[in-house]
Design a protein around this ligand. Structure first.
Ligand code: NDP
Length: 278
């Protein structure tokens, strides 16, 4: 039996053991996957113990994505640019490889599950925290035409523009605060702030959504988030939450570990049913 895990604090709520359990069952992989509550001040100790005891790979969630970056012996270019690691893998010589599958998870959910073609689109990204850093590179690589990053603290959004500027020279990148959001329309608005967690919504002006626009909250919940409700009231053509991103980032990690790509649609459906049932 091969051993995998997810590290977080708190971790009891994590859906990753369930998702990877379903992936393993579906693809016939001999593996187990458990949730590990790491002490807030000792991710390294907890992760080291797991890998020393034979663990082959792990996911990493809040608040350890930066600790996991430091813990990694080698980094994928996308994890280095994102400044965060959500997937660890033990190499043949015991070295730990760190990757970030959050962004590709989002792009797969948008394109494969929601049928949204990113090429040539105008995208507004709300928030400049860890999740935003992880999604910018895959969005640019998917061929978006324009990316505006808006954040409560605009300096952090500016920093991200500096990091990712030049990665896709054809794409236009800009940054600002909420007040800078007027007179422009977007085909896709992504809420990567954690405002929804506290029932809040950034102060967004009317008229941001272009015809046919998709509004996507990276957070997921049983009920529509404040951002999703705002988007519905603004007439968004499509509104979605981040449950599909969660499943797709897990599928990418599973593929990295097992070289087998699981089917995600049935897993997403089961997870949605479970979420709705409470
Ligand atoms: P961080 O703590 O790194 O960043 C939080 C961001 O939200 C910052 O930009 C912060 O602004 C902003 N913010 C926080 N509170 C408010 C508020 N009240 N009003 C306006 N802006 C606010 O969080 P993450 O980037 O890790 O996570 C962001 C969201 O993405 C969470 O909801 C998380 O659940 C979700 N997520 C979903 C994933 C999935 O698989 N579906 C994967 C990863 C994340 P400032 O810089 O000014 O502090």
């Amino acid at each position: 039996m091969d051993h995998y895990a997810v590290f977080g604090n708190p971790i009891a709520h994590s859906k990753s053991p369930q998702i990877h359990g379903w992936f393993a069952e579906q693809t016939g992989q001999q593996m187990d996957y458990r949730a590990i509550l790491a002490p807030e001040d000792d991710f390294e100790g907890s992760a080291r113990q797991f890998f020393d005891a034979g663990g082959l790979g792990a996911n990493v969630t809040v608040p350890f994505k930066l600790d996991a970056l430091v813990f990694s012996d080698q980094l994928s270019p996308r994890a280095r640019r994102a400044g965060a690691v959500n997937t660890l893998q033990k190499g043949k010589n015991g070295e730990i490889y760190g990757d970030n599958t959050d962004g590709i998870g989002l792009v797969r959910d948008l394109s494969d599950n929601l049928g949204f073609n990113l090429r040539g689109k105008r995208v507004l990204l709300l928030g400049a925290g860890g999740a935003s850093r992880g999604v910018i590179e895959p969005l640019l690589k998917a061929g978006i035409a324009r990316l505006k990053i808006a954040n409560r603290t605009p300096e952090k959004a500016q920093q991200l523009v500096q990091i990712f500027h030049g990665l896709q020279p054809d794409a236009e990148l800009s940054a600002g605060n909420w007040a800078s959001l007027n007179a422009s329309q977007y085909d896709l608005i992504l809420n990567a702030t954690s405002a929804s967690l506290s029932g809040d919504l950034p102060p967004l002006p009317d008229g941001l959504l272009a015809a046919g626009a998709l509004a996507y909250d990276l957070m997921y919940a049983r009920q529509a988030t404040p951002f999703m409700r705002w988007a519905e009231a603004q007439g968004a053509a499509q509104v979605a939450d981040g449950l599909g991103m969660l499943v797709e980032q897990a599928a990418e990690a599973f593929f990295l570990w097992r070289q087998v790509r699981p089917q995600t649609s049935g897993v997403l459906q089961r997870l949605r049913e479970q979420l709705m049932a409470g």
